[in-house]
Write a protein that binds this ligand. Structure first.
Ligand code: FEO
Ligand code: CA
Ligand code: CA
Length: 682
């Protein structure tokens, strides 16, 4: 029934991602040699966890066998014809609560495709003015000054916060991960960018805060231009550095001898929203903006030894590592922003370590301390958590707010080590399930540093924070298949980690398959489920298993939590994850290696439908689906890098989204809602 298009990869770029994406987004991270050349074993002498894994899993009450035998009504992927012919009433489709929609079929259409009975509209596009005095977007008259007051480029992580006192309004916070200069500027010459183009790119990076207005009786959102909370932070805005590494010798530069003030945030990928109403933003592939790296630590972070793609080093010497060796240490952190306080200088929180931060997702322990989960998105890199030593203060007072903005400066940083419970011989690299029927096992959180105290032999605490990847190498952390976004379930407390892919798993000289990363040459990725006593700040053990092993369900090397595979949508390269109000996990993809466009999927994590994965939308040509937010009546996604296809340019666009032929392709945020105004998936 389901015929997928042949895979059109341009070797050696991973998955279905174009070479253009690799160049501009991650500085060819997947093309370059893996930076982790440490020889720490993936399975070693693991400290026995005090945790009883089996009891935790029992508590999790998983009913995969029941689901297989459950005989629930068949939900299959609709063909495009079926999907488009369905009337709104056809949204009464069987499925878990919150997932009752007709799945969207995989496709290569240059548009946002949503289930029958749903509609969608653009909330905000790259270049729309949000600050007072900013002009309307004019592709022929772009300027850095205009861009600094307009919505940035390549929206990624999104947060939507209620705005007290203003009915029907919410505060939208967006990351702007990177710029695609060839798709932004007519006649762009990559060898000779102009100062104006470079400064526009600086202003198009960073973060946006923009208040949005809900439309009565629909899920539609429109930006409120010039609202006093609206704010832009760019590659040249001032950020404060806080926490145990702030002010240290490794962070001082000629422009900032204090080591506490940094200009700009770069490559903000995913993030998180804190229980105290601030937002966290991961600085991911920051390495690509810095030229002429030479040290061993530069190498471990992928800082190239040559010029950069965007040539920023020609216009500001801080991007030249030869001239300013410590500036690069001031990027690769988690940024905390208070969207409700326009006077607050956003902060880089050094206690959370420095690596290619994909995301930072917090929650609270039983005694009110934040725990933050974080992935380092690189092949063979690690998964981390931070546990604060301070407790959150409740209430909206100024004093509480100021206190809570210090919670991420004191605590312990840990890295994960995972061990499988099946014999190594049963993990053969094909993705075949071991005899116990699951890829699963136990793990420990290895402490790296607490405040000024290092737990890593041979490294000071300051070195642990600034060179966290090397600390992970030394303690034998588990090399993962690109840990991306992470989200704890608000219902069960279990944590879900997207592991996007790893084409080098099992390659000559590289780590081979292990139970948590069970496929060599892993093209499609997996989703890990982790259970721990998270409400106990001292908890250092966990149980884990793979919830999904992604791919075409017809491929025997896939797994959907044991749910019958003829009833699920194909999925490849899980990236961002979010929960809906019903406890279903929603997963967006980046680099679909099945030959169709990226999309957004919902999957039940509990009950007899656990593992029943359904595709909710697809994005236009060249785009990735980012920043999903699932509210009762709306789904919000960031359509990132539409038209980013090899050979494309302003003159030769590969996509006409969102405004049709003849108009510049523009990354945009999209809201999806039901035509009848009802709840999503009800
Ligand atoms: Fe920016 Fe790891 O994706
Ligand atoms: Ca097992
Ligand atoms: Ca991502």
């Amino acid at each position: 029934m389901r015929k997928l298009l042949p895979l059109l990869t341009t070797a050696p770029h991973a998955g279905g991602r174009s070479a253009l994406t690799c160049r501009y987004r991650c500085g060819d991270a997947c093309f370059h040699e893996v930076p982790n050349t440490s020889d720490n074993e993936y399975v070693g002498d693991v400290i026995a966890s005090a945790l009883s894994r089996r009891s935790m899993m029992r508590a999790a009450a998983v009913v995969t066998v029941a689901a297989a035998a459950g005989g629930s009504a068949v939900v299959r992927t609709a063909t495009p014809a079926e999907a488009s012919s369905r009337k709104p009433s056809a949204t009464k489709v069987d499925g878990a609560r919150g997932l009752r929609f007709a799945p969207v079929a995989p496709n290569t259409d240059d548009k946002v495709t949503v289930p029958a009975g749903y509609e969608q509209s653009v909330v905000i596009r790259w270049g729309e003015p949000i600050l007072r005095g900013a002009p309307a977007f004019d592709p022929d008259k772009q300027s850095a000054k205009a861009q600094a007051g307009q919505f940035g480029y390549n929206n990624d992580f999104l947060s939507l916060l209620p705005l007290p006192g203003e009915r029907g309004r919410q505060v939208l916070v967006a990351n702007h991960e990177y710029t695609d200069e060839v798709l932004m500027f007519k006649g762009y010459d990559p060898e000779n960018p102009t100062r104006e183009q470079v400064e526009i790119a600086w202003a198009a990076h960073g973060l946006s805060v923009v208040v949005v207005q809900e439309e009565h009786r629909s899920g539609k959102l429109t930006p409120v231009n010039r609202h006093p909370l609206n704010r832009r932070l760019t590659a040249t805005s001032e950020f404060e550095v806080t926490g145990p590494a702030a002010g240290g010798a490794l962070l001082r530069t000629s422009a900032d001898p204090s080591g506490t003030k940094v200009l700009g945030t770069l490559n903000n990928c995913a993030g998180g929203t804190t229980p105290w109403g601030t937002t966290l933003h991961g600085e991911e592939n920051f390495n690509q903006y810095f030229a002429y790296g030479s040290s061993a630590t530069d190498k471990r972070y992928g800082i190239g030894s040559g010029a950069t793609e965007r040539k920023w080093e020609r216009f500001d010497k801080r991007f030249d590592v030869k001239q300013e060796p410590n500036e690069v240490h001031r990027h690769g952190w988690v940024v905390e922003l208070d969207p409700f306080d326009p006077d607050f200088t956003p902060a880089k929180r050094t206690a959370l370590g420095r690596f290619k931060h994909e995301a930072a997702q917090p929650r609270l322990t039983a005694d009110g301390r934040p725990v933050v989960y974080m992935g380092d998105d690189e092949r063979f890199d690690y998964f981390y958590k931070f546990v604060s030593s301070k407790r959150m203060k409740k209430g909206g007072s100024r004093a509480a707010r100021e206190h809570n903005r210090t919670l991420l400066d004191e605590g312990t940083l840990y890295v994960a080590k995972l061990t499988g419970d099946s014999p190594a011989a049963e993990i053969d690299g094909t993705g075949k399930l071991p005899n116990d029927g699951e890829f699963d096992g136990s793990g420990v959180w290895i402490p790296l540093a607490t405040g000024d105290v290092s737990h890593v032999p041979g490294m000071t605490a300051e070195e642990v924070y600034v060179f966290t990847r090397l600390a992970g190498d030394k303690v034998g952390a588990t090399k993962m298949d690109r840990p991306e976004d992470v989200e704890p379930s608000p219902r069960t407390g279990r944590v879900y980690v997207a592991l996007t892919n790893n084409k080098d798993r099992g390659a000559a000289g590289k780590a081979g398959a292990d139970e948590a990363n069970p496929r060599n040459g892993n093209k499609h990725g997996q989703v890990l489920e982790l259970a721990e006593h998270w409400d106990d700040p001292a908890s250092d053990g966990f149980a884990w298993r793979l919830f999904l092993v992604a791919g075409d369900p017809d491929d025997p090397a896939t797994y959907f939590a044991g749910f019958p595979k003829d009833r699920v949508s194909p999925i490849s390269c899980p990236d961002n994850v979010a929960f809906d109000p019903h406890g279903n996990l929603w997963i967006s993809t980046d680099g679909n290696a099945l030959g169709t466009h990226d999309g957004l999927f919902g999957v039940a994590t509990q009950g007899e439908r656990r593992g029943e994965l359904k595709q909710f939308l697809t994005v236009p040509t060249g785009a990735e689906t980012c920043g999903p937010i699932i509210q009762d009546r709306r789904v919000l996604v960031a359509v990132q890098h539409p038209g980013e296809v090899d050979g494309a340019s302003v003159e030769k666009p590969a996509s006409a989204w969102p405004d049709g032929p003849g108009k510049l392709v523009r990354p945009s945020v999209v809201a999806v809602y039901r035509k009848d105004g009802g709840d999503i998936g009800a």
